[in-house]
Ligand binder design. Structure first.
Ligand code: SF4
Length: 255
């Protein structure tokens, strides 16, 4: 199959993959590199059918071994199928970037052969982009559910953002509060020094509807409070409900 036909198929079927594309990256280009990632995320816009037009939003493959009834890529669906090689995907990304068509890559995939095999192909692609062609632009990668965690972890070292699709066994939309809590937890992990098992663990497996994750953690760790703000280090200050990054920095500057 010609590359252009693969692009048509795999870009078209990627439009069903919802992305919250970019945040949290602030990386300038480096010597010999190509592209950069801005702190506010890359510029992007959306067509009426939900397609992101400034990221190359594409599937690695739409061949799938599974048959999820709600999904356009299910194996029983009679649709055109295609698959890239890592080399094709890397060349495509770089060529589109050089022509100023895109500012980054949003890469997802159906599950081809097995979750591990698919994750290996995605890992190869992002690794080549970073290490072989020095692509320094924004990459958002979807992890493949069920893949070996070592593969997912390694892929995470090469990308700006990873996410995973979670399909819910209900036709009703999950409450927006759930999404809000997930973003709050994401912020605590990336900027407040929390680890995932401090936010949720086997004894506390769900977010609290009434409390944000930081307040919830504080109430489960009352022995850490009150905090003496004149002596506490930066990361302990960040754990005090109501104190954010800027406030913690200001407190330290007044010492
Ligand atoms: S595994 Fe993913 S891509 Fe495959 S059919 Fe299910 S939802 Fe669709």
């Amino acid at each position: 199959m010609e590359l252009i036909d693969k692009i048509k198929i795999l870009a078209d079927f990627a439009k069903y993959d919802v992305s919250c594309s970019s945040s949290g990256s602030d990386r300038k280009n480096k010597k010999g590199g190509i592209g950069n990632a801005a702190p506010s995320g890359i510029c992007h816009s959306w067509t009426p059918d939900g397609r992101c037009i400034s990221l190359l939003k594409i599937l690695f493959t739409n061949y799938c071994i599974y048959d999820c009834k709600y999904c356009v890529n299910r194996c029983s669906n009679d649709i055109p199928r295609a698959s890239f090689t890592p080399e094709e995907l890397v060349n495509l990304t770089i060529n589109f970037y050089r022509r100023n068509y895109i500012e980054g890559l949003f890469l997802s995939s159906a599950v081809w052969v097995s979750p591990d095999h698919t994750m290996e192909q995605l890992l190869k692609s992002v690794k080549k982009l970073r290490e072989e062609v020095n692509f320094n632009g924004y990459i958002h990668l979807k992890a493949i559910p069920g893949a070996n965690s070592a593969l997912i972890e390694e892929a995470g070292r090469y990308v700006d953002r990873m996410s995973v699709n979670i399909e819910l066994p209900s036709i009703n939309n999950p409450p927006l509060l759930r999404e809000h809590r997930l973003y709050q937890a994401d912020w605590l992990l990336r900027f407040y020094g929390f680890t995932s098992n401090e936010i949720l663990d086997d004894n506390n497996p769900n977010f609290d509807e009434l409390l944000d994750p930081k307040s919830d953690w504080a109430l489960r760790n009352l022995d850490r409070f009150p905090v003496e703000v004149n002596k506490a280090d930066y990361y302990m200050l960040l754990r005090v409900p109501g104190i954010g990054v800027k406030s913690a920095q200001r407190i330290l500057q007044t010492w």
